[in-house]
Design a protein around this ligand. Structure first.
Ligand code: UT7
Length: 327
């Protein structure tokens, strides 16, 4: 029996309708007595714009739009999907899982559907898990979605977080192949580091929220930790695939802060032109950030067949990971 690999055979993405520039956001926040500026946001983060969901633009709605686009580009019908894995931290309800809700919307009755909760690293985790499941030979394909409506968790009076996030979804279809696609995948986490630096500590209890339901972050601490983690994680997947940084054609990092991305690229020796940047347009969309950036790059022709693409994400947990994928 030849070895089974998984390949990315389709990508898709979805954004809410409402686009909000830094200037517009700063004006809205000023009316609430929160002081910020386009200049601060741009110079500290690279963000110029984000998309914010309306009530009807739920995580499942955005996930479905991205999923249909990815399935269409993969030429796979929803009824032929073996496995649905959704990475999200902002499900529309506590349960059933977003993946099961998506499965119902797609009328994809075959196979299994489940969620992965690894916050910003969720998509990298979801692809790692789906790749491993396809390699077993039990599943022939997988729809993997990263979808988040982080604006629902934002405290609009906290300027240290409210300017950073946006909403969206991205998706890929993985299919079994005799040719390697996912060359290496590595997930990592360190729970001890995570509790105080990035969290949303509240829980549902007695029919209501018990505790703080807002996202809280020590940005500087995350910044410092993220750079080291991502650099080491990239080296790990390159070693696993017996490749060097010179073999990488495109770098699709988690889109949280342009300065973080540039620092990691510099440490790895990757030229700026190889870095896919969408944080400027989308802000930080958590689990959607990598697949949104990936789909943009594919549709803009920046990723061609045969290219080696390094994808990475890091976030609350702390949880992080890297994927090295041949297109
Ligand atoms: O997706 C999960 C992973 N998350 C990340 O990767 C986020 C990582 N962290 C970051 O991206 C950066 O740390 C931030 C963008 C969050 C903050 O940038 P920074 O350069 O670390 O700024 P800082 O927190 O040191 O704040 C500098 C100053 C402070 O004022 P003082 O104390 O120096 O007077 C803040 O109060 O900027 C002030 N500040 C703001 N000013 C205007 C903080 N937020 C704002 C704001 N507008 N929105």
């Amino acid at each position: 029996m030849p070895e089974i690999f998984s390949r990315i055979v389709g990508t898709g993405s979805a954004l809410p309708k409402r686009s909000v520039s830094n200037v517009a956001l700063a004006c809205e926040l000023a009316q609430r007595g929160v002081e910020t500026s386009d200049e601060w946001i741009r110079t500290r983060t690279g963000i110029e714009n984000r998309y914010l969901a309306e009530e009807s633009e739920t995580t499942t709605v955005l996930a479905e739009r991205a999923a249909r686009m990815a399935l269409e580009s993969a030429r796979i019908a929803p009824e032929d999907v073996d496995l649905i894995v959704v990475a999200t931290t902002t499900p529309d309800q506590v349960f059933p899982s977003t993946a099961c809700q998506l499965q119902a919307r797609l009328k994809a009755k075959k196979g299994a559907a489940f969620d992965i909760q690894a916050v910003c690293a969720g998509f990298v985790y979801a692809v790692s898990v789906a790749d491993a499941m396809i390699r077993t030979g039990v599943y022939r394909n997988a729809l993997v979605v990263g979808a988040d409506v982080m604006s629902r968790l934002i405290d609009w009076s906290d300027r240290t977080t409210c300017v950073l996030f946006g909403d969206g979804a991205g998706a890929v279809v993985l299919a079994a192949s005799e040719k390697p696609g996912v060359l290496a995948a590595k997930m990592a986490s360190n729970g001890e580091l995570g509790m105080d630096v990035l969290s949303c500590p509240g829980r549902m209890e007695g029919g209501a929220l018990n505790g703080d339901g807002f996202l809280r972050m020590d940005g500087q601490q995350v910044f410092r930790t993220a750079v080291g983690m991502m650099t080491e994680s990239a080296k790990e997947v390159l070693a696993m695939a017996a490749l060097t940084i010179e073999d990488v054609d495109r770098y699709v990092p988690h889109q949280a802060n342009l300065r973080i991305m540039q620092k990691i690229a510099e440490k790895l020796g990757l030229p700026d032109e190889q870095v896919v940047v969408t944080v400027t347009r989308h802000g930080n969309t958590s689990a959607a950030s990598v697949p949104l950036a990936l789909d943009s790059a594919v549709r803009e022709g920046k990723i061609q067949e045969g290219d080696a693409v390094l994808m990475q994400a890091v976030g609350a947990g702390m949880a992080w990971g890297s994927l090295l994928v041949r297109f």
